[in-house]
Write a protein that binds this ligand. Sequence first.
Ligand code: GDP
Length: 203
Amino acid sequence: MKIKSAEFDRSASDLKSCPNWNRPEFAFIGRSNVGKSSLINMLVERRNLALVSGSPGKTTLINFFIVNGSWCLVDLPGYGYAKTLQVKRADFNETVAEYLEKRENLRCVFVLIDSNVPPQPIDLEFVRWLGQAGAPFVLVFTKADKQSANAAKNNIAAFMKTLSTWWPELPGTITCSAKTTAGRDEILAVIDEGLAGGTARVW
Ligand code: GDP
């Protein structure tokens, strides 16, 4: 997919104020500092698109960007402020929970996880919650350039091992780097597939 245009459309503070349109939506979420803004900018080849989401007053909102006029990239507020190990619904933004559970336009959630650290309980619990919520998702392991490929592989394998104790089928994974653009084509392929009416890959 070639990105021809990418524009900020609006922010929403709850499900009711989300846009009333038919555009398929692809959402990005992760702990703060996971590399979400860098990844979004890399994906759409704009230097500062995701800056909007970090501007004052916007960090707790759902931010919508229209890409190529036809689909929507949704920048969701991060999770990770919870002090407890269990991510209960209320431990992350209630609006985000509602969006992920109920938004009909949602085709795929890209859950960003730092490939440089061993599995973090907060990420595992969020993914577990998302699985229960029934949203289609893919795991995107970020900042893969920061360490050896083997070290990243080990962290990813450990993460997937935990998921395999919960679920018979595992979600798709993409390893990426905003620095080298690794993983960009894979993410866009998932979006292409979603636009064609398919669901997120599971393998
Ligand atoms: P956000 O808070 O999730 O939006 O994260 P940012 O995109 O602001 O990135 C957080 C920090 O990680 C910044 O210092 C980035 O320069 C750095 N970073 C983000 N992506 C990458 C990456 O792919 N590779 C490397 N080496 N650093 C990255």
